[in-house]
Write a protein that binds this ligand. Sequence first.
Ligand SMILES: Cc1cc2nc3c(=O)[nH]c(=O)nc-3n(C[C@H](O)[C@H](O)[C@H](O)COP(=O)(O)O)c2cc1C
Length: 353
Amino acid sequence: MTVSPAIPPSQLRLSVAPMMDWTDTHCRVFHRHLAPHARLYTEMVHANAVIHGDRSRLLALDPVEHPVALQLGGSEPGLLAQAAQIGTAHGFDEINLNCGCPSDRVQAGRFGACLMREPQLVADSVAAMVAALEDRGVDVPVTIKCRLGVDDDHDWGHFLAFIDTVAAAGCRMFVIHARNAWLQGLSPKENREVPPLRYDWAYQLKRERPQLQIIVNGGIATHEEATQHLEHADGAMLGRAAYHDPYLLHRLDVAWFGGALKTRGELLRGLRPYIESQLARGVHLKHITRHLLGLFAGERGGRAFRQVLSEGAHKSGADWSLIEQALSLTESSQDMRDEPALGQTLGSGQARA
Ligand SMILES: Cc1cc2nc3c(=O)[nH]c(=O)nc-3n(C[C@H](O)[C@H](O)[C@H](O)COP(=O)(O)O)c2cc1C
């Protein structure tokens, strides 16, 4: 059996979750500016789409994004192996297989979370991808993102058997979204909120299988929570919190890896060359700014910043000056960033800038 290469531990500590419609290349470039050491993930792309679809769009990747993983959906080992080869040829640093998505469409295609019921099929898929990459001399890890179980299966033994079966096929890194997926009756959104989180299972997995690399995901909302997970596992993966409050990523990166804390304005201005180069290539500003809206979340001027970008970025000719305009509404807070946000000093309901 061939084992997938290990990921350097420092690259595991902080990661941003794969999020459909959200973590496209513009979003990932933004997150990379905020968190130079984070591991980034694409949206899930089905293996068939990788093989037959528009690769320049689906596999778009900017050189600054590394290390970045391509997340694949699918359950046919041959197709996944082919897609993994294509993904690594495009420069992705990891191939991650989705075993956690509960949507109806995904269930109909027999992939995503329902794969947790088919450990051998996942193992065969992993083995096919690992072998295909090894054949090409490609040293890229094949990893899994999964739940704890599906529906009302709360059997630790089943979960461990799933992990062991897949690990025996060569997978060493598992992202554990630490709750079950309910395949009937809950929307994908509810499936990220309703089934209770059980981080202790991810921790126990790390204790019982210390040779595996275990990343904890699900509901991590604060700096303190993220930091706590590092005591029990190899890393913390943030999804919604990273997207809605991206400055959290910067604070975590600086706290865990060192470096100077930059202001939100400095970080955004660091993105200017990228944004201008994309505009010059014909990309509309709104496709980039939609990912920036949370940068001043909870800060003085944050709402105005969001509003200026939301209202102006879709207009024809919108360019960097719109971002400067939005920033100017927040600038006064830059000098007082250690002070509480206005919303905390005024009663709720009073106007924020
Ligand atoms: C809008 C959105 C899209 C998502 N798309 C994916 C996806 O493509 N693949 C995947 O494995 N998980 C996907 N997820 C789940 C996240 O990766 C993550 O597991 C989940 O949101 C829990 O982490 P969080 O509480 O930090 O957000 C998505 C989540 C959101 C909010």
